[in-house]
Design a protein around this ligand. Structure first.
Ligand code: ADP
Ligand code: ADP
Length: 231
């Protein structure tokens, strides 16, 4: 059974049909790269997974099923539980996933709950430093803030991590390091990854499978070699 099933998903903004019957499956433990040009619908599909769409978006048809749960039909408490227990999200701008008013240590502690080890989770992204724990998000570099966001997203060992261009704003060296961290943390935890990117070669190097979006649909999907057209 798939961990994530997106079936015939149609999502409209006021003047744009962003998803036009998108289908996608992600299996347990699988890493899938979702690629496509800007505007093809990647972000809309990624946020639909957690029903994190902007207010302007309307689901017109189709469904999203995560771990057997139909996310658009869940009552608020079940949806909150699903997001908390089964899903992790990271975005291009790490500040979007962090609380600007809370120190790093405090917000990580909040996610972990009682008995959680903040130092352990920061060490996993190589940030176990009292200065980081005490810092506010805006005091960190982009790469450091993204590593904190990754530590937060992975702290609960989610079944699926949705990563929407999390390295796009980083320098190329930091980009590699951060990507490596995400894939190795996910492998350790058995977490599936849906990695959104317009960088097909980078995705092809890391993901088990690549799905290509065009015009709000997934038009092709398969092992990276096949999608890249290499024998
Ligand atoms: P991608 O992530 O591949 O760049 P998006 O999902 O961001 O694609 O966008 C798909 C389409 O939906 C684009 O035409 C985009 O302009 C439009 N769109 C995205 N977000 C909004 C929004 N909040 N309001 C209106 N249109 C939007
Ligand atoms: P990306 O392709 O990296 O996701 P975008 O520039 O497409 O980035 O979108 C950045 C933000 O702007 C997203 O939150 C998206 O929902 C919003 N957005 C994108 N297109 C539109 C649009 N046509 N109208 C309003 N908001 C949009």
């Amino acid at each position: 059974m798939s961990l994530l099933s997106v079936r015939n998903l149609v999502i409209d903004y006021a003047k744009t049909r962003a998803l036009d019957g998108a289908d996608l499956e992600v299996a347990q433990g699988e890493t899938v790269g979702l690629v496509g040009e800007s505007g093809s619908g990647k972000s809309t599909l990624g946020s639909a997974v957690g029903r994190l769409l902007s207010r302007a978006a309307q689901r017109t048809d189709g469904e999203v099923v995560v771990a057997g749960e139909p996310v658009f039909d869940l009552p608020p408490d079940r949806l909150r539980h699903l997001r908390k227990r089964h899903l992790g999200f990271v975005f291009q701008d790490p500040i979007a996933s962090l609380d600007p008013t809370m120190r790093v240590g405090a917000q990580l502690r909040l996610v972990l709950g009682r008995g959680g080890d903040v130092g352990f989770h920061l060490a996993r992204v190589r940030l176990d430093d009292p200065r980081v724990t005490r810092a506010y998000p805006h005091q960190l570099s982009g790469g450091m803030a993204q590593r904190v966001a990754i530590a937060m997203a992975m702290a609960t060992s989610p079944e699926l991590l949705v990563a929407d261009e999390p390295t796009a704003a980083l320098d190329s060296q930091v980009r590699e390091e951060v990507s490596n961290m995400v894939f190795s943390l996910a492998a350790d935890a058995g977490t599936s990854i849906l990695w959104l990117s317009h960088d097909l070669p980078a995705v092809a190097r890391r993901c088990d499978r690549v799905a290509v979006m065009y015009g709000g649909r997934v038009v092709e999907s398969g092992p990276a070699r096949e999608v890249l057209g290499r024998p």
